[in-house]
Design a protein around this ligand. Structure first.
Ligand SMILES: [Zn+2]
Length: 248
């Protein structure tokens, strides 16, 4: 399984990165996990504009799904002809959220471009990927996920505060892609995001093989985030970089 980070900035785009978006590839199947604002640009640096097979949206905050709004035009009006409907899996209301951003009725347009599927906790098979979905600790319905393909396993935290469910999803995975939006010591509101230390603690509790920190807020300090996580987790660890590829 190959992971390419298309965007890893938390909450809003940074000068060097779009918001959250991760491309997973296995056996020629291309699954996009989240479509944060700006990520369609990076998608075109990695694969063709239309070369996606399915999309999973972890939750309906703008920095995780908004590029699906404008990507509608890319698929519908591509000069070479419109590709088939793209399966999109997301929380309850995913279609209505995307439609609402157009400011006019677009159900016919969206039906030509996307096939929407609302998710619930449990197993979901998409192409060669087996997903285990679980609700994590965030103010809107948010799915963390454990993704297995080709004998390798990745866990993705989505956005979450401290979460036992996330530890369960990440148990013993090869790569743990975990958000670390906050720094310790700030006045962090509870039940929204993790600090670098908390991400490290989740990795340690889940006994993951590698921790990749993501969703750092652009005004933060990646060195401090990494130091916080390293202080509590002594395994392989790095901060995600946009356009970097990782063999899971
Ligand atoms: Zn969020």
């Amino acid at each position: 399984m190959k992971l390419t980070v298309l965007g890893c900035a938390g909450t809003f785009p940074g000068p060097d990165s779009p918001c959250s978006s991760y491309l997973l590839e296995q056996d020629g199947f291309r699954l996009l996990v989240d479509a944060g604002n700006g990520s369609t640009g990076m998608l075109q640096r990695s694969i063709g504009l239309l070369d996606l097979d399915a999309v999973v949206i972890s939750h309906l905050h703008g920095d995780h799904y908004l590029d699906l709004v404008t990507y509608t035009y890319a698929r519908r009006y591509y000069p070479g002809g419109q590709p088939g409907c793209l399966p999109v899996y997301g929380p309850t209301g995913v279609q209505q959220h995307i439609a609402g951003a157009f400011g006019r009725p677009v159900d016919d347009l969206l039906a030509e471009v996307y096939e929407f599927n609302e998710m619930s906790p449990g197993r979901l098979d998409i192409g060669p990927f087996e997903l285990e979905l679980g609700r994590v600790n965030h103010p809107v319905e948010t799915f963390g996920m454990r993704i297995t393909a080709g004998g390798r396993t990745l866990a993705y935290s989505a956005d979450t505060g401290v979460s036992d469910e996330l530890v369960k999803l990440a148990r013993d995975v090869d790569l743990f892609l975990c958000e670390a939006s906050y720094l310790d010591g700030d006045h962090n509101p509870p039940d929204i995001h993790l600090t670098g230390r908390e991400a490290g603690e989740h990795a340690r509790r889940a006994e993951v093989h590698k921790l990749l920190l993501t969703h750092l807020v652009p005004w933060g300090d990646p060195d401090r985030t990494l130091a916080e996580a390293t202080g509590v987790y002594d395994g392989d660890i790095a901060v995600a970089r946009t356009c970097a590829g990782y063999d899971v």
